[in-house]
Design a binder for this molecule. Structure first.
Ligand code: PEP
Ligand code: MG
Length: 567
């Protein structure tokens, strides 16, 4: 048994599908008689594979994403590259894979050294296509997620957003990754896709083999390889019980999130793409408390998404929520969130570096485009905009000023906009929590981002499993910062939400209710369970509980206290 972090609840039993890129060891050899013939065959196979991937991808992905494969096909069909490889085989009498590698490296360097961004980006396509060609020459297999046609649990180092976008939920019953924590983006994606996941499972890549049978216990955070029949039976029963429990919660879909003594809170859902809204509605969400717009930017292949593409996405979400509140976060890029078409500066600590609102205040052209799209979309629902990673009042004021300018321009252009756009900040840097009373005078609302607030308060990288023990939402230090934010907001008559993972944590809910949190925004799948908890508690009792929790010394003591109450 291997231990990891239960990142997306559930149980899966299936064969292991190991997602690992082959490592090629290509050396120079003397050409045999049929090198050109081998090369022709490998090209034909490469083209056929890309065509097949494109066809399958078209079933799940957007037209824009599918277009990448058109670019790959063009490259694989380009006679110039093939002719260069054939010339090298004939002139230098070397093996086809060596010639392919050499020509590929030269072509990649040529594209990379170009001044034109469009051509620079083509280097990644050449790399991709030529790697497939070399694999076909040496008989190595590149895993293709879209080709999975039986039930599997995916095992990988980590999953990128584009890997997760290719997952077919009918066959992918779960995944286990070597790295990552509860708040890494693959974990967040797993929750929005409702796929059980165990992350930070050290040793899984070395231990699990393709085709092994696996029990993925994403309730406890454990993985069993080739288990006994008894264990399989035991977990089949647990999986059934889990499903039944989920079913039973459905009676709460249309109920209010109200405590026994009549205090109502809002339970909203976190989304990454407009498609995720369906999950929020199905799970009875009172709104969207966090739309992470960076996925729109990360899914875009060649450039920052333009105003129109953004407007369409934001409008889709606002319309789907039919007037319920939608909180959209402006671009939170940098740290672990990279873009294909933009190179961030090399930094020692990217999580502490040039990212989120810091980037937006520097690249105001990109920021203004997003704000215009948001303001235009505001006409279609109830929009709140929030800025991520705000550390100082100066940053908020600068961002708000740009918002006001763009709003005024649009009004002068005669564009219809919503009449009550709220503008707030994420409280995810300790400095903002400490200064909450001052911020509250100027913002419309707060949303506490505990994933980062904990990371920065404890100085513990949220991606590192070695220090994941420091991810302590219930640590009194964190609770005090949360109290500062909530009290600060309320003193000025503003509302305070929370959109970090803590908002959906069953053990945190009683304390957050007691501290007076107004809105809890979480993975859609946690909404109904949180509603059940809120409906079983008295706010006045929880106020007492919160007071007690704040006076304790450690997270363990707080946990003990809450567990006793929930009993
Ligand atoms: C957070 O930091 O708590 C948060 C919600 O934002 P993200 O997880 O996207 O950094
Ligand atoms: Mg954050």
């Amino acid at each position: 048994m291997l231990k990891g972090i239960a990142a997306s609840s559930g149980i899966a039993l299936a064969k292991v599908y190991k997602l690992q890129q082959p490592v090629l060891d290509i050396t120079k050899k003397e050409a045999s008689d049929n090198e050109v013939e081998r090369l022709e065959e490998a090209f034909a196979k490469t083209i056929a594979e890309i065509e097949a991937i494109k066809e399958r991808a078209a079933l799940n992905l957007s037209a824009e994403e599918v277009a990448i494969f058109d670019a790959h096909l063009m490259m694989a069909n380009d006679p110039e590259i093939k002719d260069q490889i054939i010339s090298m085989i004939n002139d230098e009498k070397v093996n086809a894979e060596y010639a392919a590698l050499t020509v590929s490296n030269a072509t990649i360097s040529m594209f990379e050294s170009m001044d034109n961004d469009y051509f620079k980006e083509r280097a990644a396509d050449v790399k991709d296509v030529m790697f497939r060609l070399q694999c076909n020459l040496v008989g190595a297999i590149i895993p293709d997620l879209t080709a999975i046609n039986e039930e599997v649990v995916i095992v990988a180092e980590d999953l990128t957003p584009s890997d997760t976008a290719q997952l077919n939920k009918n066959y992918t019953l779960g995944f286990a990754t070597e790295i990552g924590g509860r708040t890494s983006h693959s974990a967040i994606m797993a929750r929005s896709l409702e796929i059980p996941a165990v992350v930070g499972c050290k040793g899984i890549l070395e231990t699990a083999k393709h085709g092994d049978f696996m029990i993925l216990d994403a309730i406890e955070g454990a993985v069993y390889l080739n288990p006994s029949d008894e264990l399989i039976e035991e977990f089949k029963e647990k999986a059934e019980a889990f499903k039944a429990e989920k079913e039973a919660l459905k009676v709460l879909i249309n109920e209010k999130s109200v405590s026994l003594d009549g205090h109502e809170v809002e339970l909203a859902g976190n989304i990454g793409t407009p498609k995720d809204v369906a999950g929020v509605i199905e799970n009875g969400g009172d709104g969207v408390g966090l739309y992470r717009t960076e996925f729109l930017y990360m899914d875009s292949e060649n450039d920052f998404p333009d105003e129109e593409a953004q407007f369409i996405a934001y409008k889709e979400v606002l319309e789907a929520m039919e007037g319920k509140k939608v909180v959209i976060r402006t671009l939170d890029i940098g740290g672990d969130k990279k873009l294909n078409y933009f190179e961030f500066p090399e930094e020692m600590n990217p999580f502490l570096g040039y990212r989120a609102v810091r980037f937006c205040l520097d690249r105001t052209d990109i920021f203004r485009t997003q704000l215009r799209a948001l303001i235009r979309a505001s006409a279609y629902g109830s929009l709140c905009i929030m800025f991520p990673m705000i550390a100082t009042l100066g940053e908020f004021r600068a961002a708000k000023k740009i918002f006001d300018e763009e709003k005024e321009k649009l009004v002068n252009e005669g564009v219809k906009i919503g009449d009550n756009i709220e503008v707030g900040i994420m409280v995810e840097i300790p400095a903002a929590a400490v200064m909450a009373d001052r911020f509250a005078k100027e913002v419309d609302f707060f949303s506490i981002g505990t994933n980062d607030l904990i990371q920065y308060s404890m100085a513990a990288d949220r991606m590192s499993e070695q220090v994941s023990y420091l991810y302590q939402p219930l640590n009194p230090a964190i609770l005090r910062l949360i109290k500062m934010a909530i009290d600060g907001a309320h003193k000025e008559g503003k509302w305070c939400g929370m959109c970090g993972e803590m908002a959906g944590d069953a053990l945190a809910a009683p304390i957050l209710l007691g501290l007076g949190l107004d809105e809890f925004s979480m993975s859609a799948t946690s909404i109904l369970n949180t509603r059940k908890i809120i409906r079983s508690l008295k706010k006045s009792d929880m106020e007492e509980l919160a007071k007690q929790a704040l006076s304790l010394d450690t997270a363990e003591e707080v946990e003990e206290l809450v567990k006793n109450v929930l009993k």
